[in-house]
Design a protein around this ligand. Structure first.
Ligand code: AMP
Length: 270
């Protein structure tokens, strides 16, 4: 596996790949990789000639009081996981933006509810970095986890609206054996907090198993099972991320909550 430590180096490699007619895949991440990230690399590997994994903790998508400065890092462990999963290039720049950078990509509507309501500017930061990563790597296909369901919808919309020549793929959410959605941020949790964090997936699974078509009653069931310190939201939405009153085949339940100081998200199809 090669590494690219600057965006210029990544851009040069991508230029050569495209000149050679290679099909390029991209797995964008913020590092501290776990089995969820590895599942994305493994899913894309057989489909492409050249596979890049990016690791960049993107300041644009963090709010002023969020965990940018203490976001967990493990460069050597990450490199080993990427190499084992078959990545061709690990793109791990310290800076991703050129001098004088002044562009922002906003996906209105889809970015406004759910996490967007609690993390102002977050999805602008995500859309902007992903658009730049698409440009730098010249990827034909990129893959994103359903763990970040709203993010996946925002990126799909961006790709379609801007006619970006990238196939945006989604991949299933990977959980720990006890049901906790894998997340780099789980490392912040104490043992006691981790036990309470399980209430997110328990609440979602109970909502999934209920046959009640009334969204308000399913939400009440979910809320009754949550053991969290602050609930940002528990919602049932349709494919356009709009809240529904009646649960249908395309409905999804999403939750975001703090356990201690750690903000966790999770979601299930209903
Ligand atoms: P992150 O490093 O948290 O920005 O995540 C990078 C990519 O990995 C995103 O597309 C996430 O949705 C995906 N991802 C993170 N956790 C999981 C998980 N538990 N299962 C599947 N994909 C995940």
């Amino acid at each position: 596996m090669e590494t690219a430590a600057t965006w210029q180096e990544m851009a040069r490699k991508a230029w050569v790949w495209k000149r050679e007619g290679r099909r390029v895949g991209l797995v964008p991440t913020m590092g501290f990789l776990h089995r969820g990230h590895v599942s994305l690399i493994e899913a894309l590997r057989p489909e492409v000639d050249r596979l890049a994994v990016s690791i960049y903790v993107n300041p644009l998508q963090f709010g002023p009081n969020e965990d940018l400065a203490r976001y967990p890092r493990d460069p050597s462990g990450d490199a080993e996981k990427c190499a084992n999963a078959g990545a061709d290039v690990l793109f791990m720049p310290t800076d991703l933006y050129p001098d004088g950078f002044q562009t922002s990509v906003s996906v209105h509507g889809l970015s406004e509810g759910l996490c967007g309501a609690f993390r102002p500017g977050h999805f602008d930061g995500v859309a902007t970095v992903v658009a730049r990563l698409f440009g730098l790597t010249r990827c034909d296909v990129a893959i994103f986890g359903e763990k970040d369901w709203q993010q996946l919808q925002v990126i799909r919309r961006m790709g379609a609206d801007l006619a970006l020549p990238v196939d945006v793929r989604g991949a299933p959410l990977v959980r720990d054996v006890d049901g906790l959605a894998l997340s780099s941020r789980n490392t912040y949790l104490s043992a006691a907090e981790r036990a309470r964090a399980l209430s997110l997936s328990r609440a979602l699974f109970a909502m999934q198993q209920s046959a009640d078509v009334d969204a308000a009653r399913r939400l009440a069931l979910g809320r009754s099972l949550l053991d969290v310190d602050r609930l940002d939201y528990l919602e049932i939405v349709d494919e356009n991320l709009r809240p529904v009153d009646v649960v249908g085949a395309d409905s999804r339940a999403l939750v975001a909550a703090y356990v201690g100081k750690t903000r966790l998200i999770d979601n299930v199809a209903l």
